[in-house]
Design a protein around this ligand. Structure first.
Ligand code: 13P
Length: 254
């Protein structure tokens, strides 16, 4: 099954209302590149305004709570994201696993809550440099996939609204992109885990690569076997930097 490449910008804790102009420019470019599915995940305070500023691209949050509402100061629920017009949420990013001690089990619970709220979910996995150097990269990522993706009743709806993002921790924000052959090998390993969990439905789950993706390396990464898109940090903050990545996702018929 052939799916559109999914190009997602994760603004992390960056952005201000001035940057809505960048989002508008990215939105206009996405209209010129319908072969790619483009989305932005701004910080929570910008979510509503960004949603109203764009029409062709998806909009998502960068985290959500497991509960729909309640006494959880500072948290945001999946239902709130859906209510403000978000289409999806990024969960289990390595920066949240690191900064907030998020475990696979917590990421799974958040993913199940997000699916129940009607959102799409992008679950992030990836090994540290120490784990790669110790030859444990595939085992670590397989464990994260098995522990983080939805289980139980959520499995029935999960595959059609789920994406995985393989983001080696050492490649994030470092300018040090993973070798294409290593990305291909890891995506195949992730695909195998997903097939064990979802069966044939696993074919619907896109596996994105993230970590120092830019306009120069995007074509090689996006053209690699098993790479269904990119999760982009720094290079998604301006239209100038993001547009070449969207263009690199060009389908052969374009
Ligand atoms: P960079 O593209 O800045 O390396 O960030 C990748 C990332 O963490 C996206 O979620």
């Amino acid at each position: 099954m052939s799916q559109r490449p999914y190009i997602v910008g994760n603004w992390k804790m960056n952005g201000s209302r001035v940057m809505l102009a960048e989002a508008r420019a990215i939105d206009r470019a996405a209209q010129r590149h319908p072969h790619a599915e483009v989305a932005l995940a701004p910080p929570f305070p910008l979510l509503g305004a960004l949603r109203e500023a764009v029409s062709a691209i998806g909009v998502g949050g960068q985290d959500c709570h497991t509960a729909a509402k309640g006494a959880h100061t500072g948290d945001v629920s999946a239902a709130m994201l859906a209510d403000i017009g978000a289409d999806f949420v990024i969960l289990g990013h390595s920066e949240r696993r690191r900064d907030h001690g998020e475990t696979d089990a917590l990421v799974r619970a958040k993913a199940e809550a997000a699916l129940a709220a009607g959102l799409g979910v992008i679950i992030c996995v990836g090994e540290t440099l120490e784990e790669r150097d110790a030859g444990q990269a595939e085992a670590v990522v397989a464990r994260q996939v098995e522990g983080s993706v939805p289980a139980g009743e959520a499995v029935a709806v999960a595959a059609s609204r789920l994406a995985l993002a393989y983001e080696p921790v050492w490649a994030i924000g470092t300018g040090r992109v993973a070798a294409v052959e290593d990305v291909v090998a890891m995506h195949a390993a992730v695909r195998a885990r997903l097939t064990a969990i979802f069966g044939e439905e696993a074919a619907k789950v896109r596996i994105l690569y993230g970590g120092s993706v830019n306009g120069e390396n995007a074509a090689a990464l996006l053209g690699a076997e098993g790479v269904g898109g990119a999760l982009v940090g720094g290079a998604s903050l301006t239209a100038d930097a993001f547009l070449p990545i969207i263009a690199a996702a060009a389908a052969p018929e374009d």
